[in-house]
Ligand binder design. Structure first.
Ligand code: SF4
Length: 244
């Protein structure tokens, strides 16, 4: 049976310090209002796994890693697993982007993943309000599973959407997911919301957050995490210690 593919790109920023092939798998059970990839939520293009393997084969000489993003890659668990196994067989590193909605499925693949990036879209108690789905507990479990995996680097990341989240919410996320929470992650990244082409058209009117405000918010949560970064279109990716 075929899998559902969004697209593939080559990137130097999705897996730090590495050139990666990024495979965007289609399908996602959520409908986050700030989603940029909403065209992939329901369906992508039908392709066979062997076609995906061919794409990996054609790039293998100049990539270091395969990044699986989406959509929600764990929506197509069996295909995801096969792609990860195939990538590992070629000695490529692997990264998985997930919303954390499927902890049980994550458990099945986490041993095949070198780097996992989990979206923490809101504090536990605000998940329904921000995403439309009450999945805070699933996300918590997913972060725990990722953290317990040996040799897997764990990033938690939040897209700061000004009309949906406040700086106080980011602090609450720090308390929920930071080192003192017994969950923790290797790094926490605050991503700047960008209003272009988001799913909820009303959010297209919202101004992108000011990078300096994001820096101030990031500094406040530094105490909760081993490392905090911000990603903005103006300055790229910055470690909070390095920003003034
Ligand atoms: S932002 Fe991610 S989790 Fe949310 S709808 Fe889009 S693909 Fe799904």
């Amino acid at each position: 049976m075929n899998m559902n593919l969004g697209t593939t790109i080559i990137s130097s920023i999705e897996f730090q310090g590495k050139i990666s092939l990024v495979i965007f798998m289609a399908k996602c059970p959520l409908k986050c209002p700030f989603c940029h990839n909403w065209e992939l939520i329901n369906k992508g293009e039908d392709v066979s796994l062997s076609e995906v393997f061919k794409i990996i084969d054609s790039d293998v000489d100049y990539i270091d890693a395969v990044v699986i993003s989406g959509g929600e890659p764990l929506s197509q668990l069996n295909d995801l697993k096969k792609i990860l196994i195939y990538s590992k067989s070629l000695l490529l590193e692997t990264k998985l982007d997930t919303s954390g909605i499927y902890p049980d499925r994550l458990e099945e693949v986490v041993g095949l993943v070198d780097y996992i990036s989990i979206d923490v879209k809101a504090p536990f108690n605000k998940y329904k309000e921000v995403t439309g789905a009450n999945i805070g507990e699933n996300v918590k479990k997913s972060v725990e599973i990722a953290n317990n995996a040996k040799n897997t680097y764990v990033e938690c990341r939040t897209t700061f959407v000004p009309s949906l989240l406040s700086p106080e919410d980011i602090e609450e996320i720090g308390r929920n997911f930071g080192c003192d929470s017994n969950i923790g992650c290797d790094e926490y990244t605050i991503q700047q919301f960008r209003n272009q082409n988001v799913f909820d058209k009303t959010l297209r009117e919202i101004e992108n957050p000011n990078p300096n405000e994001l820096k101030r918010t990031a500094k406040k949560v530094k105490k909760y995490f081993k490392m905090v970064k911000i990603k903005t279109s103006e300055f790229g990716c910055e470690v909070v210690d390095d920003v003034s």
